[in-house]
Design a protein around this ligand. Structure first.
Ligand code: ACO
Length: 318
């Protein structure tokens, strides 16, 4: 039994936050942000938008491009760490919005690596015979978890949703998946849940020790891409595209160099989207597919890295 991606979708809120906007919010500059991260703008969810409303739009687009109907979906998996409710889960809310009945539905939390975890779980469910068609969504509203006065995080993150439909297939699509974590580095990236018995506090915002996370990311992602290619039996020269998590253009470039890829073989969305956490990989995948750069039969490598620390990858013959 193999698994293959049938369709992809994405959604970005309409409000744009530029580096000039951030210069008015915190002590920073367009030059600093561009040089250190490669980000020029990011999207911000409107007050009424939630992970469920945004995720549903991306999910509907993925379902439409897959050619399947809502009743064909056996499971809905949503990677997010910014949902409005613990329950109903964002997955249940998306299923309701799309008219998907009788499907398994759950949210998964693995910070920026969430989509890789959801993809690997969907793949395992299909290979185990528990589902034939899984709708996978990555969605986050990072603008609400970042302290608007903290220049070390507010400049990096944006809001968005991406999705894909993974299906049982006779021919190989997913060639290898990898998941891992280093729980001893949890303090490098923290997003505490609000304490219910205490008044609201600024301590509940995302905290990141950026330069330490950066060093771990470069080393771990280099190892991860090597291991994933080896597990899938491909040489780096056989890769057509890298679809990386969009945390920092310098991290993306380092991973591309490791693989011997030209930057024209890397889907880069960070400039206009920032880091959308769980949404960044499926949004980049959707961008690659809809722009016509990623075509059927190509070998693509998805990878992501985030708080936990957690990381994951998927080597795919699209
Ligand atoms: N504008 C201007 N100056 C700033 C800003 C800012 N927005 N932010 C920090 N600085 C200053 C710092 O105070 C520091 O000043 P100092 O030298 O006087 O002390 C200086 O710039 C350098 O700061 P560093 O943190 O060392 O800068 P660095 O080059 O590491 O870039 C960044 C910071 C962009 C955050 C980078 O470390 C990074 O991308 N880290 C990885 C992020 C990541 O991959 N996260 C994982 C996924 S996120 C998740 O899972 C939710």
């Amino acid at each position: 039994m193999h698994t293959k991606i049938l369709g992809t979708g994405g959604y970005l809120p309409s409000k744009v936050r530029t580096n000039a906007d951030l210069e008015r919010m915190v002590e920073t500059s367009d030059q600093w942000i561009m040089e250190r991260t490669g980000i020029s703008e990011r999207r911000v969810a409107a007050p009424g938008e939630t992970t469920a409303t945004m995720g549903a739009i991306a999910a509907r687009a993925a379902l439409e491009s897959s050619g399947l109907a809502p009743q064909d979906i056996d499971a809905v998996l949503v990677a997010t760490t910014s949902s409005s409710c613990a329950y109903p889960s964002t997955a249940c809310e998306i299923a309701r919005e799309l008219g998907i009945a009788n499907a398994a539905a759950m949210d998964l939390a693995a910070a920026c690596a969430g989509f890789s975890y959801a993809y690997a779980t969907a793949h395992a469910m299909i290979v185990a015979g528990q589902a034939r068609h899984v709708l996978i969504v990555g969605v986050d509203i990072c603008s609400r978890i970042c302290n608007p006065h903290d220049r070390t995080t507010i400049i990096l993150f944006g809001d968005g949703a991406g999705a894909c439909v993974l299906a049982a297939s006779d021919e190989p699509g997913t060639l290898a998946v990898r998941l891992s974590s280093d729980p001893t580095c949890g303090d490098l990236l923290r997003l505490p849940n609000p304490a219910r018995d205490e008044p609201p506090s600024e301590d509940n915002y995302l905290l990141m020790r950026g330069s330490e996370v950066f060093k771990h990311a470069v080393v771990i992602l280099s190892r991860l891409v090597d291991e994933t290619l080896a597990a899938g039996g491909l040489a780096p020269s056989e890769l057509d595209f890298l679809v990386p998590h969009q945390a920092n253009l310098r991290i993306i470039s380092a991973t591309a160099r490791r693989l011997g890829l030209d930057m024209s073989q890397v889907i880069v969305t960070i400039g206009k989207q920032g880091n959308t956490s769980s949404a960044s990989v499926p949004l980049a995948l959707d961008e690659g597919v809809r722009s016509g750069r990623i075509k059927r039969g190509m070998n693509i490598l998805l990878e992501s890295f985030g708080g936990g620390l957690t990381w994951g990858s998927a080597l795919i013959r699209f």
